[in-house]
Design a protein around this ligand. Structure first.
Ligand SMILES: [Zn+2]
Length: 80
């Protein structure tokens, strides 16, 4: 009877640890995937228009000055 009782407890403990271990792992994995997807989206789709020449360039390459984007330092100088 005691062995049976221990076996049931063992099963419950195993289920508890299985769920407890599995949940955080899947959560972090999906979170990392979301972050990667967001990074890829912003890299590929965020294009800004140069305030001086009107050329669209990537946000990472654009120069931000007084809430306006410029494609190069030359355009930034011409705007001032
Ligand atoms: Zn420009």
């Amino acid at each position: 009877m005691i062995l049976k009782y221990l076996l049931i407890i063992g099963v419950f403990v195993a289920i508890y640890f299985y769920l407890f271990k599995k949940k955080p792992i899947t959560h972090t994995q999906s979170k990392e995937r979301d972050n990667d997807a967001k990074k890829d989206k912003t890299k590929s789709s965020d294009m800004v228009e140069c305030a001086t020449c009107g050329i669209y360039c990537e946000l990472d390459d654009a120069i931000l000055s007084v809430n306006k984007y410029y494609c190069s330092s030359e355009c930034l100088k011409n705007a001032k």
